[in-house]
Design a protein around this ligand. Structure first.
Ligand code: KIV
Length: 272
C-alpha cells in the first residue's frame, strides 16, 4: 500500500484496516498479516511507557519506536504521530519533528486538530510529506476537552467537525482519523469529504478502522470502551505461559536433557 491507495480504496468502496504498532516484534506480526497500514501512535506513551495520557510522548520517543516498527514491517505503510505541541511551536520545530519521524522510516505523519496550524499542515504537505489529520476526540487536548469524551454529539458540534474536516482536506491531508464521534456525524463527514476517513469509535460509516494493537489483542484486560472489539486474550495466554514456566523451573522440570548441552555438542556444534 502507498499513499495513493488510501484514496483509491475509498473511491472503490474498499475498507482500510489500520492498527497501531510500537515495537519490532509486534511489527513483525503485523507485517505478516493482511492489515493495510500501521500507525505509530502517540498512545505509545500509555501502552509502552505507562503514562496516564499521550502528553508525555516526545519526538525522540516517537522516533525510536517508529524506527523499530520500520525495521519490523518494512513492507507496510507507516504513519507516525507528531507528539504533543511539536507542531504548535512554530514551523521550524514542526519540521524538525517531521524530519526525525520520516528519517526513522515513517511514510506519513499524523497530527491532531487544525485551528491555528492549517498553515503548518500545508507546509508539511508541500514539503512532500503526506499528512493524516485527526479530529473528534483529540487526546492531546484531553485537558481542554475535560476528559476522554465522545465528541460532536450536537448538531452545532457536528457542523464544527465538518468544517474542520474540510479545512484539513483543503490543507492537503490525504486521510483523516475520526475518534469517538457518533456514527451519523462520522458518516456525514465521510460523505462530505473526498479523502478517506479512518474511524476509532466512529461507527461503520467511515472509510476504514484503526484500533490500538494492545487493546484489540486483549493485552489490556481492564480496558473495555464501547467501541472496542478484542480478537484474542493475549494477556491471559501470556499469564498461562509465565506461570507454567515458573512451575517448571521450581519443580526442576525445566530444562530437561534435550534442552541442555552435552560436552560433545559444545565442541562440535554452533549454539543453535
Ligand atoms: O495514538 C493513537 O493510538 C491514535 C489512535 C487512537 C488513532 O491516535
Amino acid at each position: 500500500m502507498n499513499v495513493l491507495d488510501f484514496q483509491k480504496m475509498k473511491d472503490e468502496g474498499r475498507k482500510i484496516s489500520m492498527v497501531t504498532c510500537y515495537d519490532y516484534s509486534s511489527a513483525r506480526a503485523v507485517a505478516e498479516s493482511s492489515i493495510d497500514c500501521i500507525l505509530v501512535g502517540d498512545s505509545l506513551a500509555m501502552t509502552m511507557h505507562g503514562f496516564p495520557n499521550t502528553l508525555s510522548a516526545t519526538t525522540s520517543m516517537m522516533t525510536l519506536h517508529t524506527a523499530a516498527v520500520a525495521r519490523g514491517a518494512s513492507s507496510k505503510f507507516i504513519v507516525a504521530d507528531l507528539p504533543f505541541l511539536s507542531y504548535r511551536k512554530g514551523l521550524k520545530d514542526a519540521m524538525h519533528s517531521v524530519h526525525e519521524l520520516m528519517s526513522a522510516g515513517a511514510h506519513a505523519v499524523k497530527l491532531e486538530g487544525v485551528h491555528g496550524h492549517a498553515n503548518i499542515v500545508r507546509h508539511i504537505v508541500d514539503s512532500g510529506v503526506p499528512v493524516m489529520g485527526h479530529l473528534g476526540l483529540t487526546p492531546q487536548s484531553v485537558h481542554a476537552l475535560g476528559g476522554m469524551k465522545v465528541q460532536a454529539r450536537t448538531n452545532a458540534a457536528v457542523k464544527i467537525l465538518a468544517s474542520e474536516a474540510r479545512e484539513l482536506e483543503q490543507a492537503g491531508c490525504f486521510a483523516l482519523v475520526l475518534e469517538c464521534v457518533p456514527t451519523e456525524a462520522a458518516r456525514q463527514v465521510t460523505n462530505l469529504l473526498k479523502i478517506p476517513t479512518i474511524g476509532i469509535g466512529a461507527g461503520p460509516g467511515v472509510s476504514g478502522q484503526v484500533l490500538v494493537y494492545q487493546d484489540m489483542i486483549g493485552m489490556n484486560p481492564g480496558f473495555k470502551p464501547k467501541f472496542l472489539r478484542t480478537y484474542a486474550k493475549v494477556f491471559d495466554t501470556i499469564q498461562t505461559a509465565l506461570n507454567a514456566y515458573d512451575q517448571d523451573v521450581k519443580s526442576g522440570n525445566f530444562p530437561n536433557d534435550i534442552e541442555s548441552y552435552s560436552q560433545i555438542h559444545q565442541v562440535n556444534r554452533e549454539v543453535a
